[in-house]
Design a protein. Structure first.
Length: 150
């Protein structure tokens, strides 16, 4: 299949296919001796699908290259791949904790905001300006949110 067909079959664009080739994640097929278009096989499509699924789980392209290397090495052990997946899960857990803390901070900011009035008295903007959780008037955002009372 030609590069455009490969791109359509895998749900990426042609530039992504070329990018993966430059990163050595997929092999660029040789140009036919008599000229014409390069022809990609099902292996290229399989690898692109693998790359996309691994990216959706948060693996970097470098980590994906390592996974592909492990997959291609018959002497590799599944425990290596499992350890990498466990590391990735730990990173996801850290991100979830960070996002939960961000949400709590935003909840406090939103709950402390009167929701109306002059923009120069906006408690959210003042807190962002000062960076310390206090408005210019020295008021701290409410600690107990309306959401936590429910």
């Amino acid at each position: 299949m030609r590069i455009g067909e490969l791109a359509r079959a895998t749900g990426v664009n042609v530039e992504t296919v070329r990018f993966y080739e430059r990163k050595k994640l997929i092999e660029q097929p040789p140009r036919p001796a008599g000229g014409g278009y390069r022809s990609y096989g099902e292996e290229a499509a399989r690898r692109i699908r693998f790359i996309r699924r691994a990216q959706s789980l948060g693996f970097s392209l470098k980590e994906i290259a390592e996974l592909l290397s492990l997959q291609a090495d018959p002497d590799s052990d599944c425990s290596t791949v499992r350890a990498r997946a466990e590391r990735q899960r730990a990173l996801v857990d850290q991100k979830i904790k960070h996002l939960a803390a961000l949400r709590e901070t935003l909840d406090r900011l939103i709950d402390a905001c009167p929701g109306a009035g002059a923009i120069d008295r906006c408690s959210i903007l003042e807190t962002l300006e000062n960076g310390d959780g206090r408005s210019k008037r020295g008021e701290a955002p409410a600690r107990e949110t309306a959401r936590s009372k429910r």
